[in-house]
Ligand binder design. Structure first.
Ligand code: NAD
Length: 430
């Protein structure tokens, strides 16, 4: 049996702690937030609900295998394995702010014992595990790769299906030495059912997550570029993509009004930050295309209305994906910015966010029960609440942009408004 410290009991960390405890390990979760620590020590979970989490936390707590503390140093001093899943915060330009991870690493260094293994799971720029955190951990007086093991293993799960993904997604592991890789592989074999994919080193393991998220960003950018081209020709790109993807080598993603969330628009920037010789032109261009979709959509509305000055525009959906209360890097924010610069009066609705939360983004909250009179609506998130809206209730509505291609175009037209999808052949023709 391992004694494991999981540092960072957030959406992912608590699930990992519960998973390891469920597999028979003795786990101490560490977090700077006393509320999450208290809840865990009572066998309870915070409000966000991950399917299967509450049951696992309760049973691990009852079995005495899961506890939590705010004192990371003390927990690490009792642990053979330390798994770090504290977020790497990024600013709006995508530049990483290491302060939370540095603080966690310094606490780990103070408690680190000889023979322990430290694994970072937070997505990191290439070289960070060995180059930044290794030396910080050596402040303990122990040598990395000699007195303690150090590895990187990207966390690839999706919130909302964490336990499913932990069971099925291969676990990528790479250490700073072969011995560290072996130690991490042995640990994961005891706590996961998934296949373990051994990488040559920690840098390659770090690169895996950056490559898989960048692939998706570039793929979506291709879909967006093709969709704009199709719009200008009156051709339905969505229908063409569906047909193209029946060929097994074609995996075109869906076009849309933009790419949000803390992963896909962010991790390509970790690569670009180290692209001193401008070798990553395609990656850079993909970011521009995806962020440029907000302007594309606003241009289309402006063209339709003649001007946006003093026009009232409602954005439906702040969340970056349906059903997930998460606004990081949401395309809604880009849309609101562009709309404001054109002089439009902006409104925002999202069923997952309160009126106060929406107002915090400097925009007027709207209510579906009594929608404000608006000239245009942009569906930014494909929330189920938006699929069957009665568009005749939106007074003065001239145009609806279906930013996720989820609406019934006929229902919009029936209400007397124009419908524009993205690459549905109904978008702007230029
Ligand atoms: N959320 C996702 O969908 C997802 C998916 C895959 C991978 N990841 C990876 O997991 C990381 C964490 O994501 P999350 O969604 O769990 O974050 P989160 O914001 O839900 O939780 C982070 C937790 O870390 C704690 N924390 C902050 N600083 C700390 C410190 N110094 N010591 C101890 N605890 C500290 C916070 O209090 C919080 O409870 C991400 O940065 C990403 O790399 C996230």
């Amino acid at each position: 049996m391992y004694s494991v410290a999981v540092v960072g009991l957030g959406k992912i960390g608590l699930a990992l702690a519960a998973q390891y405890a469920d597999k028979g390990q003795r786990v101490i979760g560490c977090d700077i937030n006393p509320t999450v620590v208290e809840l865990t020590n009572r066998g309870e979970v915070p409000l966000y609900s991950e399917p299967g989490l509450a049951e696992r936390v309760a049973s691990a707590h009852t079995a005495g295998r899961l506890s939590a503390t705010t004192e990371t140093q003390k927990a690490v001093a009792q642990s053979d394995v330390v798994v770090v899943i504290v977020p790497l915060v990024v600013d709006q330009s995508g530049s990483p702010d290491f302060s939370a991870l540095d603080l966690a690493t310094a606490a780990i260094a103070r408690g680190l014992r000889s023979g322990a293994l430290v694994i970072y799971e937070t997505t990191l720029p290439m070289g960070t595990t060995r180059g930044r955190f290794g030396p910080m951990l050596e402040q303990s007086g122990l040598r990395m790769g000699v007195d303690f093991g150090l590895a990187f293993s990207p966390e690839r799960v999706l919130v909302g299906r964490t336990f499913h993904d932990l069971r099925t997604y291969p676990k990528v592991v790479g250490g700073i030495t072969p011995e560290s890789t072996d130690a991490a592989t042995r640990f994961y074999r005891t706590v996961l059912d998934a296949e373990i994919l051994v990488m040559p080193d920690s840098e390659t393991a770090e690169f895996v997550k950056l490559a898989e998220t960048t692939y998706r960003d570039v793929n979506i950018a291709l879909a967006n570029e093709l969709a704009r081209f199709a719009d200008s020709r009156g051709v339905d790109a969505s229908a063409a993509f569906r047909a193209a993807n029946t060929q097994p080598y074609s995996h075109l993603h869906q076009a849309g009004v933009g790419v949000g969330g803390h992963c896909i628009p962010v991790y390509p920037r970790f690569l670009l930050a180290h692209d001193k010789h401008a070798e990553l032109g395609l990656v850079r261009r993909a970011r521009q295309i995806n962020d440029g979709m907000a302007k594309y959509v606003v241009d289309a509305i402006e063209e339709h209305l003649g001007t946006l000055h003093d026009k009232r525009v409602l954005v439906l959906g702040l969340a970056y994906r349906p059903g997930q209360k998460e606004a990081s890097f949401s395309s809604a924010l880009l849309l609101l910015d562009v709309l404001r610069t054109r002089g439009a009066r902006t409104f925002l609705h999202d069923p997952l966010f309160s009126e106060t939360e929406i107002a915090g983004y400097g925009v007027e909250p709207a209510f579906l029960e009594s929608p404000p009179p608006v000239h245009a609506v942009i569906v930014q998130t494909g929330h189920p609440e938006y699929l069957d809206l009665d568009w005749s209730r939106f007074q003065g509505l001239c145009v609806v942009v279906d930013g996720r291609n989820v609406l019934d175009a006929a229902a919009v037209k029936h209400a007397g408004a124009a419908y524009m999808g993205i690459g549905t052949g109904t978008g702007p023709r230029r």
